[in-house]
Unconditional design. Structure first.
Lengths: 274, 904
């Protein structure tokens, strides 16, 4: 929709050109959320596209995803990933976990989805499960790093200071080489995630990671040295996810989300335990 | 900046925050539509360098130097793109509003992508079709049949509006540019119940471009109802154009008119309103209790409100036979309470109006409506003017489903244009559709049924509490309807009903497809199954024992005579079809695993073909000098296909090609009076008028032919678009020229909606329920419908498919949610999901073989009723699968899973 209060668009070639930050500024990535709701407090859009950051950079250490990488580019990476990236099919699973259509992924960005910090953000699910590390560029000061799972602090809340940029997300190669199991539930077909759970298991050390997203206000990650027993897993979920942390919105009730979390967590445990 | 749109270059500068959708439209390409303006519905899809994007989300400045293609640029040198042609061949549209985005998406898909349409079409919502015809189009399946003289009735003729729809040249309400047009926006109440003590408008008026601000002090202090009924007495006069009391979150507080939407919105934000907060009530039963906040106190008999102290607009109570005795004779009695939530029509074109004045003191109102003539009369009443001073019209209307049987935008546009002298436009946002339009009435219904051992019903009793929201538009007719057809579906000597239409501080309810019949049908049809279960009787057998039969009177709770009749009877055929189809093994098989439980369910309904209150229409028909015909009738076309059906009826009577009959857009200056297209009247009343006019014209033509040829009239006939006089043939053009009295070539006929015949239907589902997650999968969906003669099979299927899809949505997941302050929390398509392609299975459809002796050419209406039995058929299937009866809609997984836990 038209953002009627916007008075100017700035298109910097380098982020440093935005020397000072003021209320009413907004970074513009794909625009697919920004233009989907009234933004009456925004008067200046700062275009990130003009920075022309390379979208994806695979190295021996893993994968560097620019925050401006389009979702469609990540989706396409699924089939181009190195063969030992056993978790690569998760790119596609998670890209296909958007409520929005493929037309939106043509513009929507990975970073935009993470910075939105909505519980159902599938790029949060993906990068949190694959132990992603965010690189943040504060408006003043040195770049800092934080795990994706700690980046999102609540529904539509994260650690970014005003004007601070999510520059990129690094997925470490050891995570990309893991076995994984994926479970998702939606109240309508191909709809918005009510819960999205991803389990991974390290082929070398057997470490088991369960990442709970969409059903909770923020991503929750449970780490086990080995695949736990069913009762241990259930107890760990109860300890880490109090009932108040389950989301209540039109896409699901807290009780159903808790119920599905238990159910799918157990399925993931069984699948990766074999 | 330089833009290329549909091969043409434009040097233009978008506003900084402008999206591509409005930028393209500002340049005159109106084929790009706004369904949601938020990226959820896909109606605005365009190609950017060949890639489909939602133009409402795309910053216009980013399209600089790129190639934009819209639906209007898809045809090359006048030759339709294959996908446009495919949509025409399959008639893959009804209202046509989503079509622009649907075609732009479909035309971008590879052959491989077409194999997964649930995925690739998830970003394109259609509320009309149920997606079947769209799937056909994409797979190249054609449904359209040839238009041959004398064969119009019963043929799948293409809608003549199809070509403008698939080329993007159809002009919906907002698709015009008018010089000097102002934009109207309203400030809406943030409080559910409050009195306005002051409004300061200085800051708003100081916004550059703001031309005027209107508050309750600026409007005629005249109570009216937004409901559009010819007989306005059936609704309460409880509403002011602008009021000093807000009765729901979202009510109009003030209107700001400005040169741009941006300025109008800024003006709204800068209005300073002081409110005195009042207590609010959100539950209809609580609203009737002593001490509850009173919404309309001070209004009473003049407003036609029965009991304003208890917030009761209308209480209805009646009994036939002796219900107490009936229950005493019963071997089994079932009583249950059922609840239906508030839901929204979600027509793809939002409400909107453009109004302007001409020097002859007339006001022209271009608007998105189902009831142009009623709007005209209402405006005359509100503004103290003569009806002839108003000209109300539409070109294309993007869906209605009852939502546009309401005056929601016309009045303020007229006010503003009268005060400013400038054309004024007001277009609802998608969110306003949820917070400030109308909804289906939520109802709480208690049903009590008694039967003997053999299943024979001895008594039926119903208690309905209907939540009309803050205003009583449609509340009376709806509460009456709720005690009507669902009970009339069954033969039983003793029936009793009590109904309350109650005010609450919630967005008003209004007309909705199935008008007051869907809610009680859910309750009654579920109760019939429960009673059958108590007696150990099969649900089909239980219905056969008790359902209304061909010779029966049509009666519910009222002991006095009524004009309901059975003009043809096909309920038995419909029920047989559903039973056989569900037993056939067709459809999907149950998913693997013992978590999945399978069940089947059925529900039936007998629906009156017109409303009980006044309904009338008129048709004018003429032979033109070139030998073609002109037909004029006041029905509104908003995706119902009614005008195509009317053309077919006239063509059939006149043995002509449907294509030889021209019709106007709906327009109060051009069409004769019609009480509105709702409650199935398009077919049963207006089309009957068309048949009568065509009959009269036919008689006149034969009389003229006899005079001209000196052949006895008995030997004259119309055939193959010509006139046969004995062994001589005349063309219609020759007949026109030879006619001694041209007046004979113009006829008009009036019709009145009585008697009211009855349409019948049955719906069946076979489903699987996952006992852990609560997921429901539809394995098979079947509907049998008795609509008498099927005038256009393709269109008829489309109406059923669309209504079933809407029914599936409201059964499985649609629900408006409110927070504690009475604010809608899901006022967008992102959070109020309507069915997408992936949600809707293909239904098997069957039409009963009957001929209605009252309907036009034996036809009965079928646009409204197909939604009615969907919810109870699903409820019964779930009960069959799980043994658990769910009493409240929707049956979404998160609302049913906890009860399923008892299943092992």
């Amino acid at each position: 929709m038209d953002l009627h209060t916007v008075e100017q668009v700035r298109r910097p070639a380098r982020a440093e050109e935005i020397a000072s930050w003021e209320a009413g500024f907004a970074w513009l990535a794909g625009g697919t959320w920004l233009f989907s709701e009234p933004q009456v407090d925004v008067h200046t859009l700062i275009d990130l596209e003009s920075l022309q950051w390379p979208s994806l950079h695979a190295t021996a250490d893993g994968l560097e995803i620019a925050s401006t990488c389009k979702v469609v580019e990540l989706d396409r990476l699924t089939h181009k990933a190195p063969s030992d990236w056993k978790a690569a099919p998760l790119f596609r699973e998670c890209c296909r976990s958007f409520l929005s259509s493929f037309k939106i992924w043509n513009e929507a960005t990975v970073g935009g989805n993470i910075v939105m910090s909505l519980p159902a953000g599938p790029m949060i699910s993906l990068t949190a499960a694959l132990e992603g590390i965010c690189t943040l560029w504060p408006r003043d000061g040195q770049p800092r790093q934080i795990a994706v799972v700690d980046f999102v602090t609540g529904e539509h809340q994260n650690v970014l200071a005003p004007g601070e940029l999510l520059r990129s997300i690094h997925l470490p190669v050891h995570a990309l080489r893991k076995k994984f199991a994926f479970r998702r539930f939606t109240l309508t077909h191909l709809g918005r995630s009510e819960v999205l759970l991803i389990g991974t298991r390290c082929p070398e050390h057997g470490e088991f990671l369960l990442t709970i997203t969409a059903g909770t206000l923020r991503p929750i990650q449970l780490t086990f040295a080995a695949v736990p027993a069913a009762t241990e897993l259930k107890r760990a979920i109860d300890d880490a996810v109090p009932f108040s942390l389950y989301l209540d919105d039109p896409h699901g009730s807290p009780a159903h989300r808790q119920h599905l979390t238990y159910y799918f967590a157990e399925q993931i445990r069984a699948e990766l335990g074999n | 900046m330089n833009y290329r749109i549909n091969g043409k270059s434009f040097a233009a500068e978008p506003r900084p925050g402008q999206c591509l959708r409005t930028f393209i439209r500002d340049l005159g390409w109106f084929g790009v539509k706004k369904g949601c303006d938020a990226g959820d519905c896909g109606a605005c899809t365009v190609w950017l360098d060949g890639k489909p994007v939602h133009s409402c989300l795309f910053p216009a400045f980013r399209a600089d130097g790129r190639e934009v293609t819209t639906l209007q640029g898809l045809a090359v040198d006048g030759k339709l793109h294959p996908m446009q042609q495919a949509f025409l061949n399959a008639q893959a549209f009804q209202c046509g509003f989503c079509t622009a985005g649907m075609i732009m998406t479909a035309a971008s898909l590879s052959e491989d992508a077409k194999k997964n349409l649930p995925f690739h079409l998830k970003g394109n919502l259609c509320r009309c079709t149920g997606y079947h015809a769209i799937e056909d189009a994409i797979h190249g399946i054609a449904s359209v049949e040839e238009d041959r003289a004398g064969h119009a009735c019963g043929t799948s003729l293409a809608n003549p509006r199809g070509e403008p729809i698939v080329t993007g040249n159809a002009h919906y309400t907002m698709d015009v540019a008018i010089e000097g047009m102002l934009h109207l926006k309203v400030l809406r109440s943030p409080h559910a119940h409050a009195r306005i003590t002051a409004i300061r408008r200085d800051k708003a008026l100081a916004v550059p471009g703001v031309r005027a601000v209107f508050t309750w002090e600026d409007v005629p202090r005249r109570l009216f109802t937004t409901a559009a009924h010819d007989d306005y007495h059936v609704d309460p006069d409880d509403t002011y154009m602008l009021d000093n009391v807000a009765r729901f979150v979202g009510q109009r507080i003030a209107a700001v008119v400005a040169d741009t939407e941006a300025a109008a919105e800024e003006g709204c934000r800068l209005l300073e309103v002081d409110y005195e907060l009042l207590r609010a009530v959100f539950d209809a039963e609580e609203a009737m209790l002593p001490g509850a906040p009173q919404l309309h106190v001070g209004k009473d008999v003049d407003s036609r409100i029965q009991d304003p102290v208890r917030n009761i607009f209308l209480k209805i109570e009646a009994e036939t036979g002796d219900v107490a005795r009936g229950f005493s004779e019963a071997h089994a009695v079932y009583e249950g309470t059922f609840w239906m939530p508030r839901i929204q029509h979600a027509h793809m074109e939002t409400h909107g109006t453009i109004a302007w004045r001409t020097p002859d003191s007339r006001v022209h109102v271009r608007t998105s409506t189902q009831t142009p003539h009623i709007i005209k009369n209402k405006l005359a009443y509100l503004f103290g003017m003569f009806p002839h001073q108003f000209h109300v019209f539409s070109e294309f209307v993007g869906g209605g489903f009852g939502g546009k049987q309401e005056m929601l935008t016309e009045d303020l546009c007229v006010l503003a244009t009268m005060k400013t002298g400038r054309p004024v436009k007001w277009e609802f946002t998608r969110s306003e559709q949820f917070t400030a339009a109308t909804t289906r009435h939520p109802m709480k219904i208690t049903v009590k049924l008694g039967a003997r051992k053999d299943g024979t019903l001895t008594a039926m009793q119903m208690h309905t509490v209907s939540d009309t929201g803050a205003y009583g538009n449609h509340a009376g007719e709806i509460i009456a309807s709720s005690l009507g057809s669902s009970l009339a579906t069954y033969r039983c000597a003793s029936k009793k009903g009590t109904g309350y239409a109650v005010y609450t501080n919630t967005v008003p309810s209004g007309a909705f497809r199935g008008y007051g019949a869907t809610q009680p049908a859910f309750a009654v049809e579920c109760a019939i199954d429960e009673l059958a279960r108590k007696l150990g009787i099969d649900p089909f057998a239980m219905r056969r024992t008790n359902m209304i039969r061909a010779q029966d009177p049509v009666h519910s709770i009222w002991p006095f005579p009524n004009d309901g009749v059975i003009g043809s009877y096909g309920l038995d055929q419909c029920l047989d079809f559903v039973e056989q189809a569900l037993a056939s093994g067709r459809g999907e098989t149950k998913p693997e695993g013992d978590e999945w439980r399978e069940g089947r369910g059925v529900a039936i309904h007998a629906q009156d073909c017109a409303p009980p209150t006044e309904h009338r229409s008129e048709a004018h028909m003429s032979l033109l000098p070139d030998g073609t015909y002109h037909l004029s009738v006041g029905s509104a076309e908003f995706g119902n296909g009614i005008r195509n059906a009317q053309r077919q009826v006239a063509a059939s009577v006149l043995s002509a090609r449907a294509g030889s009959i021209a019709m106007d857009f709906v327009d109060t200056d051009k069409n004769p009076y019609d009480t509105g297209t709702f409650a199935s009247t398009g077919t049963s009343v207006a089309t009957l008028g068309v048949q009568k006019a065509a009959d009269a014209l036919r008689e006149n033509l034969l009389e003229v032919a006899s005079q001209v040829s000196s052949v006895p009239v008995a030997q004259c006939s119309l055939a193959a678009g010509r006139v046969r006089c004995g062994d001589r043939w005349l063309s219609l053009q020759q007949l026109y020229e030879a006619s001694p009295l041209r007046e004979k070539l113009h006829v008009s006929r009036k019709v009145y909606g009585s008697p009211r015949s009855t349409a019948f239907l049955a719906h069946g589902f076979r489903i699987a329920v996952h006992r852990v997650t609560g997921e429901i999968r539809i394995l098979q969906s079947v509907q049998g419908f008795d609509a008498g003669t099927i005038l256009n099979p393709m269109q008829s299927r489309g109406q059923l498919e669309g209504a079933i899809a809407q029914g599936i949505g409201v059964t499985l997941f649609e629900r408006m949610k409110f927070d504690a302050s009475g604010t809608v929390v899901n006022p967008t398509f992102r959070h109020y999901r309507i069915p997408a392609f992936a949600d809707i299975p293909r239904s098997e459809l069957f039409f009963a073989d009957t001929y209605d002796r009252y309907g036009p050419l034996g036809a009965k209406p079928l646009g409204e009723a197909p939604i009615i039995p969907v919810s109870p058929a699903m409820g019964n299937a779930i009960a069959d699968a799980t043994g658990i009866r769910f009493h409240s809609l929707p049956f979404s997984a998160d609302r049913i899973f906890s009860q399923l836990a008892e299943l092992q």
